[in-house]
Design a protein around this ligand. Sequence first.
Ligand code: ADP
Ligand code: GN1
Ligand code: MG
Length: 355
Amino acid sequence: MKQIYSLFRTDGEVISCERYGNGHINETYLLATNREQLYILQKLNGYVFKDLDGVMKNIQAVTAHIRRRIKPPQQVLSLVPTRDGKCYLRGSDGSVWRMYDFVRGGICLEKAGCEDDFRHSAEAFGQFQNQLADFPAETLVETIPHFHDTPDRYRQLHEAIEADAAGRAAGVKAEIEWYLSKEPEAGALMRLKDAGELPLRVTHNDTKLNNVMLSDTDHKPLCVIDLDTVMPGLVANDYGDSIRFGASTAAEDEKDLDKVTMSMPLFTAYTEAFLKACGERLTQKEIETLPLGAKLMTLECGSRFLTDYLNGDKYFHTAYPEHNLDRCRTQMKLVKDMESKWDEMCTVVRKAAEA
Ligand code: ADP
Ligand code: GN1
Ligand code: MG
């Protein structure tokens, strides 16, 4: 690692370098220097992102745009240049490495400790969308084509079932059958987008709770991170992915499905804060389709976990062989729970929009 980090302009000499965080995609390291500076070093995932130059170009442009709009204590990710003045490093093997200043005074939560924490994450993502509302969307590289095209995710699931590359399909017949039974519902948001009924906006597209940093003192929003997937997208998907991960009463990989439900108090807290943060800009149709975003993002993510399980765990980082399967099962349980709470979810959204 030394030959990598020594090529960046750190303040002081690096004295430790350890694997860090719980991201499923990049390789993340925390570095400390003898001048008490902390840095985040990341090896970008070249399997997931085919255009790594494009990813970095987007991040430079988006962070520069946000930097002009934030007020302290809010922060934005800040890239550390390489010694020859570039914003990332390309290794001789083609790998791409980047370094960020460590966001000081912040914490990343894996689970909302209380409704207020989740409320604050909603404010952060709502504000993030406002900050990018006047960003020239056409200049963004589509870092993962069809990222939240749920019918296309189903196409990939069909391919994975057909290929059965890891020989796992026979063992997960029930899961395959359930996901396929939901396929007719998968295209609802894409159809509205294609019909021009939902606008494309600059969205984050990966709005998990651990992709936002809150202040370590009062847990107020501090900094939105993980900007690799900032692209034109649907508001319902940003909202929905937050609900999928953060309103669950259990971890994404919980084995005991009895523990996995969608918490209505957390759902309500997020909805109220999100609509307050960006509500005025949203169309009536966008607001109406927020519950659909929650359900379809959960269905889509679950189908991606199942696809990756069938493909032999090529995409998401896994800690054990059944990891993607456990994740796919929690998403099934969450979708079912959302279906049982559907009317209540729609009422909460309607009331929050009227408030
Ligand atoms: P992945 O795409 O793999 O999820 P992230 O960019 O989200 O990668 O980083 C993984 C984790 O590293 C985050 O969840 C967060 O805990 C931590 N992290 C990333 N960037 C920073 C930063 N600039 N300051 C502090 N922590 C960070
Ligand atoms: C990945 O990078 P991370 O861990 O924040 C994934 C998301 C999934 C999520 C599931 C680029 O997010 O789309 O929803 O895992 N990111 C990418 O936890 O595929
Ligand atoms: Mg992340």
